[in-house]
Design a protein around this ligand. Structure first.
Ligand code: SAM
Length: 255
């Protein structure tokens, strides 16, 4: 069944109003008609089964039949702080990160970021659109957000609020996520509580040692992702996959 994401203000307990590009898509491409069932999502995790009531060129009104008990979100909320990458790499980072359960992407200016790149991150609409499309494809319930660019010091402050901070570092000793999760207090982590995990990834030039020291002081776990150097756009989703495997739902449930 087709699913549409609607701004929360356009969804009530009885009706949803679909606007924008989805309208044309509904009548021209999908050729849906009045009376057909669809799923609507209020962008904040609530989903409803509905029936199309009216279709015009500017809006589609959906009568809500019932609230659905669907939640495809992992209990592990990954906040990905990404050192600003060059070119179109952020597109890939947002698309793949969304599929893997990243809850927000925060482009971050670290010491080795080319500051001229900051200008390219002024318009976040396109990246947020990529997140939305990846969300639809992967059937997530919540659309992750691409946030405004921040400085490294601000990232340090925000990371203080995380339950766990993980920093893949190209010069890390042979201490990896496998050992980290053996050492952590699994009792707290294995419960069904939501866990907020902050991951910060260096840009193409990597991290300065002073940045790693500052992160360590914040309680971050500095880890290796193996002996091969991954591209900056590969590192974030590799780390996210490993964490979702260890703590989240990527490995399925133990039967
Ligand atoms: N310029 C650095 C070098 O030559 O050593 C490599 C930086 S790498 C392209 C970009 C970022 O990805 C790193 O700062 C780190 O966060 C992450 N990364 C890539 N490979 C890694 C690995 N094997 N272990 C840990 N982190 C890695």
């Amino acid at each position: 069944m087709h699913k549409f994401f609607i701004e929360p203000q356009n969804v009530t307990e009885t009706e949803g109003k679909i606007l924008g590009d989805d309208v044309k898509h509904i009548y021209k491409v999908l050729r849906l008609s009045e009376g057909e069932e669809v799923v609507i999502n209020n962008c904040e995790g609530k989903e409803y089964l509905g029936e199309i009531k009216t279709i015009t060129k500017s809006e589609v009104i959906v009568n809500i039949i019932k609230k659905l008990d669907i939640d495809n979100e992992s209990k592990v909320k990954v906040h990905l702080y990404q050192g600003l990458p060059k070119g179109q790499k952020m597109d890939l980072i947002v698309q793949k990160g969304t599929e893997l359960g990243v809850i927000e992407f925060i482009p971050t200016i670290t010491a080795r970021v080319d500051v001229k790149l900051k200008g390219e991150f002024k318009k976040l609409d396109r990246l947020n659109r990529i997140a939305l499309e990846a969300c639809k494809q992967s059937k997530r319930s919540i659309i992750p957000q691409v946030k405004e660019v921040i400085e490294f010091d601000e990232a340090l402050t925000q990371l203080k609020n995380m339950d766990l901070i993980i920093v893949p570092y190209e010069n890390a000793d042979n201490f990896g996520i496998k050992t980290l999760f053996k050492q952590l207090d699994k009792e707290n982590i294995d419960s069904n509580n939501i866990i907020n995990v902050g991951i910060i990834i260096g840009p193409e030039g990597g991290f300065e040692e002073s940045e790693i020291n500052a992160l360590r002081e914040q309680g971050a776990h500095i880890v290796t992702l193996g002996s091969r150097i991954l591209r900056t756009e590969t590192a974030g989703f590799t780390a996210t996959s490993l964490i979702q495997y260890e703590l989240g739902d990527l490995g399925g449930r133990l039967l």
